[in-house]
Design a protein around this ligand. Structure first.
Ligand code: SF4
Length: 254
């Protein structure tokens, strides 16, 4: 079981890793680069044989301490399908809320439909779980919907990321749609959605932006008017205070 520190899910599942969006504040890229590489010809390399790599079997990597392990990010943050991971969620018998591809944008325009279909198929084979997806490219949801590929199932939740006004959004009442405002970088309004997550930028990035209380209140007021639950990440505690934290889920208590 891949336990996670992400507060709004129980576990993560990463059959696809890597992303080409290039967000400055990207935590996933930092982790992938730190643990990048695989063993090749007696050394460790991150050379990727193809622009999009598909791995049926895991590669190995030998760390500086001499330990050889399964390479978590053999090609760093280059988009990679780890096909050998697809069945792991079937082995998790207890129902979980799972963030799918926390280390990628599964719906980035560079991701082949086939990869997405393989991930959906894996999720359908483990229907005991709830699956949360997130993208910065919500237009892809619409494209997949038009092609009849987007899974229409009660346990699938399709999210998109927004950080400040001007973001792309997507809503279709046939699906569970949500918005993750994380990190909140400016004043922003939200539109039709079934759930809102809000979080501040974390880490030590030099140009880190601390959200203003007014930005958070604006989002909460709109959500309240729409009767939509709000989940605030712990990174907001210093701004709103523990007593004002909201940890609401659209499916009831987590
Ligand atoms: S979309 Fe997400 S994974 Fe991709 S670069 Fe931005 S923060 Fe990182």
């Amino acid at each position: 079981m891949k336990k996670t520190k992400i507060e709004w899910c129980d576990s993560t599942f990463n059959p696809v890793t890597g992303c080409l969006h290039g967000c400055e504040y990207c935590y996933a890229r930092r982790v992938a680069q730190r643990f990048a590489g695989y063993d090749l010809n007696g050394g460790v390399t991150t050379n990727c044989p193809l622009p999009r790599a598909e791995l049926t079997e895991p590669l190995a990597v030998t760390w500086k301490n001499g330990k050889t392990v399964q390479a978590p990010y053999p090609f760093g943050f280059e988009p990679t399908l780890h096909r050998y991971r697809l069945e792991e969620i079937q082995r998790w018998q207890k129902p979980r809320t799972i963030f799918v591809c926390s280390m990628a944008d599964l719906f980035g325009e560079w991701v082949p439909d086939k990869w997405i279909e393989e991930v959906f198929a894996a999720c359908e084979k483990a229907p005991q779980h709830r699956y949360l997806f997130l993208t910065k490219n919500p237009f892809r949801y619409e494209q997949l919907h038009q092609k009849g590929i987007l899974c229409k199932s009660d346990n699938m939740w399709y999210g998109y990321s927004a950080t400040k006004d001007g973001y792309d959004f997507w809503f279709d009442s046939q699906y569970n749609c949500f918005v993750s405002v994380e990190p909140l970088l400016g004043l922003l309004g939200i539109v039709d959605t079934k759930w809102v997550i809000i979080g501040a930028e974390t880490g030590n990035r030099k140009n880190k932006i601390v959200p203003q209380k007014e930005w958070i209140n604006t989002i909460c007021n709109i959500a309240d008017n729409m009767h939509v639950p709000v989940f605030m990440k712990d990174s907001l505690i210093p701004i709103v205070g523990e007593e004002n934290m909201r940890r609401e889920f659209p499916w009831g208590k987590s």
